[in-house]
Design a protein around this ligand. Structure first.
Ligand SMILES: Cc1cc2nc3c(=O)[nH]c(=O)nc-3n(C[C@H](O)[C@H](O)[C@H](O)COP(=O)(O)OP(=O)(O)OC[C@H]3O[C@@H](n4cnc5c(N)ncnc54)[C@H](O)[C@@H]3O)c2cc1C
Length: 542
């Protein structure tokens, strides 16, 4: 018996191109990677397709399983993944998201990769090893002999899963082990020891409390050598084919990021090779951390884009009180406000990717800009994501609270980018450190903002307020979040005024800089061009 006809349910949001994103495409071209657009659209169509969405769902509903021993009791320390995880990884590696810029001299290679990483988000969890592999390369280059041995295998486009000696594999992945039980932010408190051996290698004894993607082939690891905290390369399998005694103790039961394995590990005299000098561990691994921080910003911007496009799609097809939700004035305010936040994140992440690209080519001005702007962006864009995800979810009503919508997964993922690679306070304090120790970084930031001077009076006034805030050093640490927030908003405002759609820039300045905005999303003031803003966040299905 048919009890009812199903009506007013929204069609699935599949069959679109996630690169159909004007802020992304304009920014990719502006930052020097226009040549990458055809490939990005190809990846965007894959990402917006039904198959990718299904792999994302399955990889999360069947999280990784740790196998510590084989049936005979031998330690194996393996992690088993659902086939969908491997499919997601294969696509990411095949498109070079894990390392392509290190083997590509073209201007904008890091921007192209950043855009690909932003687009390919059917699942956030597998982005972790992809990001860490990308980030490991510049740190590894502190030891040219190790880089010569491993970089060619890190940059191939072959996903070759399984624990085998690195030289016997067609492609490698790299992870990062810093956090210990007694401290993650304060890595100088690490207690893992590194004892030098006559052959130049070291033996590590100790533990790590968080090591994500433990099935990677290599890890950059911090440990206390005789000369102080030092960075090491630790392979899972030694050149002779034996397992390095790096034991996987447990996998974490996490809020989100469930497709990805995050392990507790112990080193039982694990073989390691030094990367960089003894005592320079933080200075060495920071080259890796800075790139994973960039990926935190990219991931948060991507999450916001996914959230707002899903919300707009739903509101465009769902009717209530005699009309489509997307036509109701208050819903239009919410959708436009979410879209403004998303575009502000996208324009900033692309500017940071452009700075990364130019800095990698020796541009000192861009290196200075990146030093400050990356810490500012890591703090602010990641901090904005959870509220954005919650509001986007609510646009779907009760359906948004149900797993099948994908929104609970997005919501659970959203606090993570602010925690790892330097939690909110640590990122804010890093901004102060840069400001006080490296005066050139503020000059580079001010030059960037000055390029928009005179274009919008609300922006000009906000720039003056930031300057006043920085002149007074009283209680600066106490005020760090407020200072960084203002730096972020002014930078986003300047970028949108110069490069963004006029309606988006106007809404951003009116709400975020001029103060005409409430605490919740959906509190944009009147007289803004909401239609133009929402149109830019509307996915074109089919
Ligand atoms: C899912 C997941 C995966 C992870 N994967 C990895 C990995 O692969 N490799 C790895 O090395 N680590 C990994 N981490 C660990 C992560 O980087 C740390 O959790 C993070 O750096 C914070 O360290 P902590 O947990 O020790 O917190 P703590 O350092 O104890 O910090 C707790 C809180 O105090 C704040 N705080 C710290 N210092 C100050 C200060 N001076 N002033 C004010 N506030 C302060 C922090 O901002 C934070 O909010 C992972 C974490 C998660 C959640």
């Amino acid at each position: 018996m048919t009890t009812h006809e199903v009506v007013n349910q929204v069609p699935p949001m599949v069959g679109h191109d996630t690169a159909d994103d004007p802020a992304l495409c304009d920014g990719v071209t502006r930052e020097g990677a226009g040549w990458a657009l055809p490939g990005l659209h190809e990846l965007g169509r894959l990402a917006g397709g039904e198959e990718a969405a299904e792999h994302g769902r399955l990889a999360n509903e069947h999280p990784p399983v740790l196998r510590t021993h084989d049936r005979y009791g031998h330690r194996v320390d393996e992690v088993e993944f659902h086939p969908s995880w491997h499919e997601l990884m294969r696509t990411a590696v095949g498109h070079g998201l894990h390392a392509a810029p290190w083997a590509d001299d073209r201007t904008g290679a890091h921007v192209a990769r950043a855009a690909g990483f932003y687009l390919w988000r059917p699942d956030a969890g597998h982005g972790c090893p992809i990001s860490m592999t990308y980030a490991a390369v510049p740190a590894l280059r502190h030891s040219p002999d190790l880089a010569a041995r491993y970089e060619p295998l890190l940059t191939t486009r072959e996903y070759d899963f399984g624990l085998r000696p690195p030289h016997a594999k067609r492609g490698l992945l790299a992870g990062m082990s810093m956090t210990e039980k007694q401290g993650g932010s304060d890595v100088r408190a690490n207690t893992t020891t590194a004892r030098p051996e006559p052959d130049g290698s070291y033996r590590l004894v100790g533990h790590k409390w968080f090591t994500s993607a433990p099935m990677c082939d290599l890890f950059l690891t911090l440990a206390q050598a005789p000369g102080g905290l030092t960075c090491f390369l630790v392979p899972r399998v030694l050149p002779d084919g034996t397992r390095n005694p790096m034991r996987l103790m447990r996998l974490k039961d996490k809020l989100g990021n469930r497709s990805n394995a995050s392990a507790e590990i112990e080193y039982e005299h694990a073989v390691a090779w030094r990367v960089g000098d003894e005592g320079r561990g933080v200075r060495t691994i920071i080259d890796m951390v800075n790139l994973t921080r960039l990926d935190c910003v990219i991931g948060a911007a991507a999450g916001m884009r996914h959230g707002v496009t899903t919300a707009v799609h739903h509101a465009t097809h769902r009717r209530a009180f005699g009309g489509y939700l997307a036509d109701q004035p208050l819903m239009r305010n919410v959708l436009a406000d979410l879209a403004v936040e998303s575009e502000a994140a996208t324009v900033l992440m692309l500017r940071l990717a452009g700075a990364t690209d130019r800095s990698a080519r020796g541009d000192e001005g861009e290196t200075a800009f990146k030093r400050l702007a990356l810490a500012v962006g890591k703090y602010w864009v990641c901090k904005r994501w959870p509220g954005h995800a919650a509001e986007a979810l609510e646009c779907l009503g009760g359906n948004g609270y149900v797993e099948e919508s994908g929104m609970p997964r997005l919501f659970r993922e959203s606090p993570l980018n602010s925690i790892w690679e330097g939690s909110g306070n640590v990122a804010a304090l890093d901004v102060l450190r840069a400001l006080t120790r490296e005066p050139q970084v503020l000059a580079a930031y001010e030059a960037e903002v000055a390029a928009a001077a005179g274009a919008d009076a609300r922006l000009d006034a906000a720039v003056r307020r930031v300057r006043d805030e920085l002149v007074d050093h009283t209680d600066l640490e106490l005020r760090a979040r407020r200072v960084v927030e203002r730096l972020a908003l002014v930078l986003q405002g300047a970028l949108l005024v110069r490069h963004g759609h006029p309606a988006v820039a106007d809404a951003f300045c009116a709400s975020r800089l001029d103060g005409d905005h409430g605490q919740a999303y959906g509190t944009l003031p009147g007289r803004l061009d909401l239609a133009a803003i929402i149109d830019r966040a509307t996915p074109k299905i089919g």
